[in-house]
Design a protein around this ligand. Structure first.
Ligand code: 5GP
Length: 115
């Protein structure tokens, strides 16, 4: 398997609070939550950053991740009030784990622009 902590979460070598799983997508609670609801939605396929995404070939996978976000947001009761979806990319984007992940944040109001 791959070399990030998320590969080990996918293979269940290390535990995570998993809230959603399909053949291609996994979602689990962030270990250091920045909001009352903070869930990471990841593809099981290893893609280091958003830079490696090809809109044409990865469109279905990204669509599955958005579907997962909407389903989880409803389950977590944050859909109606609204929520934030974030991909951090590379150094300036603040990316720490080089396996793409979409942050689903909700349960409080967020500022804009971000810090
Ligand atoms: P990034 O900064 O790369 O966009 O976000 C990485 C996120 O992964 C951070 O919010 C961090 O708290 C979370 N994270 C890092 N290691 C683990 C882990 O082992 N388990 C879980 N559940 N989250 C993690």
């Amino acid at each position: 398997m791959g070399n990030t902590i998320f590969s080990k979460i996918i293979s269940k070598e290390i535990p995570a609070d998993i809230v959603f799983e399909t053949e291609n997508v996994l979602a689990f609670r962030d270990i250091k939550p920045q909001a009352p609801v903070h869930i990471l939605i990841i593809p099981k396929k290893e893609i280091p950053t958003i830079r490696e995404i090809n809109g044409k070939t990865d469109a279905v996978l990204l669509g599955e991740m958005i579907d997962a976000a909407n389903e989880i947001a409803k389950k977590e009761n944050i859909s109606e009030d609204g929520f934030r979806l974030v991909f951090n990319c590379g150094n300036n984007g603040g990316q720490e784990v080089y396996h793409i992940h979409m942050h689903l944040l909700g349960g409080r109001k967020f500022n804009w622009p971000p810090g």
